[in-house]
Design a protein around this ligand. Sequence first.
Ligand code: OGA
Ligand code: MN
Length: 287
Amino acid sequence: MILEFEPLSNNFGARLHGLDDGRVLDDGLIDELRSGLIENGVLLLRGQEISPARLVQLGRAFGELEILPEPDKRHPDHPEIFDLTNVRKDGAVVDFEEPQAVFLRGTERWHTDSSFREIPCLCTMLYALEVPESGGETQFANMYAAFKSLPTSLRNEIEDKKLVHSYVYSRANNPGRMDPMSPEEESKYPPVTHPWVRTHPDGRKSLYMGAHVSHVEGMDLNEGRALIQEVLAGATEERFVYQHVWQANDLVVWDNRSTLHRLRPYEITERRRVMHRVTVAGVDPVV
Ligand code: OGA
Ligand code: MN
């Protein structure tokens, strides 16, 4: 073992030691990183200045990187890096209702990234450049532990059910106002179904749900949505949550296969929050 994983809270998440800046990411180290992520759900690397090139390298240790569709949010030298920030190109902080702010506020709902895709992404990395003095934390919830703790009756009820995930739905339900999508745009995001309970290669099971979920397949719409709310409320109880309080130079990686996350509110029109985001593509369908 080259790396050390120091538990964060509730047996969930770990701070990473031994990954100094110059460390070559050879196969042994990559294996430890990948299994460390699966084991811990969330990894924190603290107090290291990470260049954009190194960030891309670290991302590639976990898999292929996605290039997100908005060209103006990409890093000029590294298109794999997405600028996740409430600071506009002109240097001013956003207004509450402008699209950039509404998009960011959308992440205040519990979700797992790109679950509306047939093959959702594997993990996401955020590297903090500037963080607000208060607010703007990120919370993560452990969906292995949440599944395990479900009352047997509830577990039996959902075990063979599938959820319909839809970007069109989650966008329409964003807490801020977003321009409606054209039918042409909508057709790029057909709804997909994934099992509510996913089984991982090691046999463990976790809940797979969140804000992109529209409804339970084959169930009365309202009854299904009530069931989703019930399960989500239990799954995101404090005992399953790690709350990350950001410091500049923190790098956090989370496993989208087995965790939910959400941004906590902050004074988005006053305080600067600037992050570099890297998304690692998924490889396997959700089973
Ligand atoms: C994301 C996300 C939360 C945050 O980048 O996918 O949900 O705290 N971010 O910025
Ligand atoms: Mn997210």
